[in-house]
Design a protein around this ligand. Sequence first.
Ligand code: MGD
Ligand code: MGD
Ligand code: SF4
Ligand code: MO
Length: 908
Amino acid sequence: MLVPTTCFNCESACGLLAYVDRDDLHVRKFEGNPEHPGSRGRNCAKGPATINQITDPDRILYPMHRVGERGSGQWERVSWDQALDAIAARMRAAIMEQRQNEIMVHIGRPGEDGFTERVMASWGVDGHNSHTNVCSSAGRAGYQFWMGADRPSPDHANAKVIYLISSHLETGHYFNPHAQRITEARANGAKLIVLDTRLSNTATHADYWLSPQPGSESAINLAVCQHIISTGRYNREFVRKWWNWQEYLEANHPEAPVTFEAFEDALRTIYAEFTFEYAAQESGIDAATLAEMAEVVADAGTRFSSHSWRSAAAANLGGWQITRTLILISALLGAIGTEGGLFPNAWNKFVPKPIHTPPHPGVWQELTWPMEFPLAQNELSFLLPQFLKEGRGRLDTYFIRVYNPVWTNPDGLSWMDVLSDEEKVGCFVALTPTWNESAFLADYVLPMGHGSERHDTHSYEQYDGQWLGFRQPVLRAARERLGETITDSRQVNPGEVWEENEWWIELSWRIDPDGSLGIRQYHESRAHPGEKLSVDEYYGWMFENSVPGLPERAEKEGLTPLQFMRRYGAFEISKGVGPMYEVQVPDEELRDLNVTPQGRVYTSTDKPPASNMAPVGAPEPDGQGRRPVGIDVDGVVRRGFPTPSGKLEFWSGTLAGWGWPEQAIPGYIKSHVHPDQLAPDQMVLLSTFRLPTQIHTRTGNAKWLDELAHTNPVWIHPSDAARLKVEHTGDLVRVQTDIGYFVAKAWITEGIRPGVVACSHHMGRWRTARQPGEGLGGMVATVDLDKHEDEWMMRRIKGARPYESSDPDTMRIWWSDVGVHQNLTFPVHPDPISGMHCWHQAVRVVSAKPGDRAGDIAVDSVKSRKVYEEWMANTRPAGQVSPNGLRRPTWLMRPLKPSPDTFVIHDT
Ligand SMILES: Nc1nc2c(c(=O)[nH]1)N[C@H]1C(S)=C(S)[C@@H](COP(=O)(O)OP(=O)(O)OC[C@H]3O[C@@H](n4cnc5c(=O)[nH]c(N)nc54)[C@H](O)[C@@H]3O)O[C@H]1N2
Ligand SMILES: Nc1nc2c(c(=O)[nH]1)N[C@H]1C(S)=C(S)[C@@H](COP(=O)(O)OP(=O)(O)OC[C@H]3O[C@@H](n4cnc5c(=O)[nH]c(N)nc54)[C@H](O)[C@@H]3O)O[C@H]1N2
Ligand code: SF4
Ligand SMILES: [Mo]
């Protein structure tokens, strides 16, 4: 039997087809699902490797409860009922005692659209924490300030020029769906430009590979823009109609007439300093190459696509401006919403309205949305340990879901400190299919299913169209086809492995068994009031009522919408969405209008009900409560963009009004690792790149992938190696950060810019000898971890090694080196605007000292605290800069948006 589901090994959510053996009802393999509009039957290596994960002999099969001290490695098996009752009772008490802010659910990559957020809303808790500020907040900020959507949807397949500040042919955000479209475009003659300090696999395919000094990308982007402006090749009509140039002039040139010509005059001078020579000086790439590349870009017209997500944006102070200057190129060319251009993600995404929509919570969580960062794109998740240490709050119940904070974040040892401390974190619950560095410290470890064992829906912007994907427990669907009735995913999953959605419903029910807290209603069946909602009803209702075209399509095949999705796994809602900003607002929405001098149109008509819940900016109503409905362009009211002005915001009134007027237009912020900031013996450590066959700590238990890649040497240029007396590849080096050091093998290669060293993410997994599963898996070293006062020391005792298990392949592990966990040696670097952790480190690289072993780590927590304080001193807190007495601009997105009264700053 072929049963579709969705890969959960990265956020691309490609379609998979499980091959289920009819004789014994086991999954034999996974291949691509040709019915999936995003991935179109193709996968990367990590998709089919899902089979390794579900058959992993070391996976957790039963709920576990800690018996000894936290982290002591002593566990007992408990029943789901015991775990649920104990956790629900504490949460019920916290909610009844108005301690809502002591409940937090910390989510890594969500892999779904909105289910978990709604669960927290149903509890009335502002407890959503995400990993996004260590992932992509800087990239998102650049998009959001321009267009009110925080992600790009580039139409690579139809582009003439593709400009990547990422490595999308091998990894990256929506990697496989984008890589296949970039490949198509190249077959049709498109030119590929890649800005990557390191020779990635993607760079090897580029027509122009530029290896810039990290953080100089804005200077390059602006030189390209300056070239387009000075040669008059910008799309004049587009700029005139769709940029908020009037606001720019009014705020910055009050003396000038508010005419487009006056703006063009200004535009010609704003970026005049960004000559190719200046960009060359900043980036280290010669001016002639930059000029040649800029000419290719200027020629692309409206077929210019690009991508910036992590990479330079996530790595450098002010990295969000790298995205902002990149979009400036598209905005100058008018390549927004065009074939081969760039779309705001919300147009190419469809999030169906669910059966119940609880209101947003009435509390504000200061631990995730502190006053210092009014413009942060997402939760200041990576500062949580420092905040708890300085007494800003405590947590009663803390969940992690697809999240390994000790490993994933900078300064993981501070995470160990607070997660080990029951005063700071009362009960720590890890939802995970496998052990990880954080789960070792938990009170409960609860086994959740992999991509073929759980339900989710998701819709991701991967081309100019909208699709909805359905992840499902494949054995459930298979056995239902054979006539069985399955009401709980545990009936088909291995051991007592559950799935999160059923678990959240059950937990919520037990928090409020009689419905008196108002929580239960959001987890109740509509068909059978008083009974618990089932996942069949949840998704059945959604597919029947909220997905345009799906019921009709299903009916053609004689299926219910739910049966259709269980059979096909995905549905394409629309294709060729086009430039939504140009759509004319219908007359019936245009009544009692207020039109501002800049053309912003407000109406007093009600908003028509929308079935698409894809998150976008929420511009504020006018003084009389009329809602913004569009923008008057040459006498026609069009939808425009979900920004305050309704236009593309070249000048951001939000940045200007909230304390950062000098950053209101796209500009160049010099990185914290700019050469001016480095001591003569310091280099830049580039710690942000991915290995094609690994996903963070998630694929560490997939044997095919582990064999392909299991270590992370330090890339070092031959000229640097000679200077530092590193003679051979494989020699050990010490990399010293501001708070400690790590020891790793060197890899001498010309694939990295001189003056920069690089070490990949994913590797250096570890456990101590007392943790469960010691010696198991092909990716995990056994270490000693000691703390003396403020100083931590980690030493590798053993690497990976063969071992007996139910799988004979575990005896065939031939490698022992599993790399180094560099993140432990990084202090936190919060960007004062986006809130992004700026990943790059200024380091000193030296030959290893006698006694050093690969994988060794030393960290001084006092120093890490000091660096935290230094970066916090650069913030401009809401209490000082807010123009309206609120904590945060209300139009900016926030995963859970608490009620308006919580935005008000109260004097303390
Ligand atoms: N195989 C695999 N694919 C993945 C993931 C994974 O773990 N494994 N993770 C997924 C996730 S969660 C995310 S957020 C995306 C991220 O995907 P991307 O946005 O592509 O981000 P990165 O992998 O951080 O960096 C991309 C490239 O930027 C280069 N780079 C780093 N710093 C700089 C710099 O300062 N300047 C320049 N010019 N280049 C620099 C790196 O060498 C790297 O090749 O990938 C997703 N895809
Ligand atoms: N040095 C460095 N550090 C980085 C990065 C970098 O480029 N360089 N990238 C950052 C980025 S972009 C990201 S997104 C983060 C990612 O880091 P995290 O958000 O922590 O994500 P993962 O490591 O993929 O998953 C965490 C854990 O989730 C559990 N898990 C796996 N599958 C499932 C499942 O199906 N259900 C549940 N409930 N749990 C599951 C596993 O225990 C796994 O260890 O790392 C960040 N850290
Ligand atoms: S790109 Fe690879 S890992 Fe990501 S969803 Fe697709 S198949 Fe899975
Ligand atoms: Mo990420």
